[in-house]
Write a protein that binds this ligand. Structure first.
Ligand code: FAD
Length: 413
């Protein structure tokens, strides 16, 4: 018996309870899983969401903050954009600083679309509320040892250990949606060779910081500096996200308060720019910047969505938007399957998602060359970075092309 066909057995101290059933089990309550679960429930498709963390934890985890306008409109059309999201500030400009000069990139005016600034934890909170409190959806928090079984059979299942009773729970289903992020367990149900994973390492780390400091500029600022890249992004009137390029695997402990602010001041400096507003650093962690794509995103009755299927380093703010795109497409495919018996959406799900995924990966790599070129130590790459920046900020035609990729559109859907 191959591992994915083994039935769950009670593990550890707990004994198994009688299996439950649902049409779809969604593993992971991030933006992808929660969007999908809400849309399934709205279609009358019964589902269970199994989440490893507590509700409090996921509602407070700060990560992304920039939603592309098409994604917000798509959520709005499906009744999933509340007043806070619809009233959130929009941004259509960003600024590159290099060699003391400031280069404004008006991608909103060039593309006709903008980013909506809405911290990921707010979106997650809205979606949990809509699903669990509003629609009475079934969600199991704090699930331990989550495992997916039988994905090559017609009746897969998901097991986990209940955090309160220690008992092993089983839900049998028609399909599993693996929405459990880059470190989840659903992908490991796919046997060796079942899918391919294409990886690309950007070769740098980013120190991701959240500071209790009001934004120092009205827009996103990218500092291109020989000492390393830096970025400034508003999250709220009181909170700002900053990034500092650092070696991969660096320890956040190497970045005490003084060093953080001194590097931000240096790397974001430019003639006429406002000084960087300083404040207490409330989150400090190092991200190794790498990307991957799993192809195909479907194996048997397991459909992957979001970071479980593809990781895009946060160079151009793409990951959450891709996660939402997957969820929307998967929800459409399930609706066609359950309403009309039409399997073509599920069969074409992976290809449909991957079109946008590869486009965003390409853009991520292109931007990465600009922001990391000046600090990479290779004068040739630094020259290429400067040429790209000149072209996109001085040529309207080139600027339009870059703006369209930066902000995405329904056409990529
Ligand atoms: C610092 C940072 C900044 C970012 N900025 C941006 C940005 O500005 N714009 C943007 O678009 N993207 C950004 N991203 C990327 C974005 O956060 C991710 O792409 C997004 O969270 C993906 O959503 P998801 O639902 O696929 O996965 P996740 O958000 O990772 O959700 C997965 C869920 O599954 C749960 N889980 C994990 N393992 C298991 C398991 N075994 N069983 C059950 N549940 C499990 C997790 O607890 C989590 O709740 C950023 C990322 C980081 C780290």
């Amino acid at each position: 018996m191959v591992p994915e066909e083994q039935e769950a057995s009670a593990g550890g101290a707990g004994s198994a309870t009688a299996p439950e059933s649902a049409s779809v089990v969604v593993v992971g309550a991030g933006p992808a899983g929660l969007t999908l679960a809400n849309l399934l429930l709205a279609e009358g498709i019964d589902c269970v969401v199994v989440e490893a963390e507590s509700r409090e934890f996921i509602e407070q985890l700060p990560r992304a903050g920039f939603l592309e306008e098409w994604a917000v409109r798509a959520l709005e059309r499906r009744g999933l954009a509340g007043p806070a999201l619809l009233g959130a500030p929009a941004q259509g400009d960003c600024e590159f600083r290099m060699g003391g000069a400031r280069h404004l990139f008006r991608y909103g005016a060039l593309s006709g679309h903008r980013h909506i600034v809405y911290p990921q934890q707010y979106l997650v909170t809205d979606l949990v509320r809509a699903y669990a409190d509003g629609a009475g959806g079934d969600i199991r928090f704090g699930a331990r040892d989550v495992a997916v079984h039988g994905i090559r059979t017609e009746r897969p299942s998901v097991t986990w250990t209940d955090p309160e009773t220690g008992r092993v729970r089983t839900v049998a289903c028609d399909f599993v949606a693996g929405c459990d992020g880059a470190r989840g367990s659903s992908r490991s149900a796919i046997p060796e060779g079942g899918v391919e994973v294409f990886r690309h390492d950007l070769g740098v780390g980013w120190l991701a910081l959240l500071a209790e400091a009001p934004p120092s500029a009205e827009r996103v600022v990218f500092g291109l500096h020989p000492q390393g890249f830096a970025a400034h992004m508003a999250r709220s009137p009181q909170i700002t996200r900053y990034y500092l390029e650092c070696p991969q695997g660096d320890s956040p402990d190497n970045w005490p308060h003084e060093r953080v602010w001194s590097e931000l001041r240096t790397r974001l400096a430019a003639h006429g720019a406002d000084p960087v507003n300083e404040g207490e650093v409330i989150e400090r962690r190092v991200l190794d910047m790498h990307n991957y794509v799993v192809e195909p995103m479907t194996y048997g009755r397991l459909h992957l969505a979001g970071d479980a299927a593809h990781l895009v380093a946060p160079v151009a703010a793409k990951g959450m938007n891709l996660a939402l795109n997957d969820a929307l497409l998967l929800a459409d495919a399930f609706r066609a399957y359950y309403r009309e018996g039409d399997e073509s959406g599920l069969e074409g799900y992976s290809d449909a998602c991957l079109r946008r995924v590869w486009q965003y990966q390409d853009f991520n790599r292109w931007v990465s060359e600009i922001v990391h070129g000046p600090s990479c130590g290779d004068p040739f790459r630094a020259g290429v970075a400067a040429a790209r920046l000149r072209r996109m900020t001085r040529s309207e035609r080139a600027g339009r092309a870059v703006a369209a990729l930066y902000i995405g559109s329904d056409a990529d859907h």
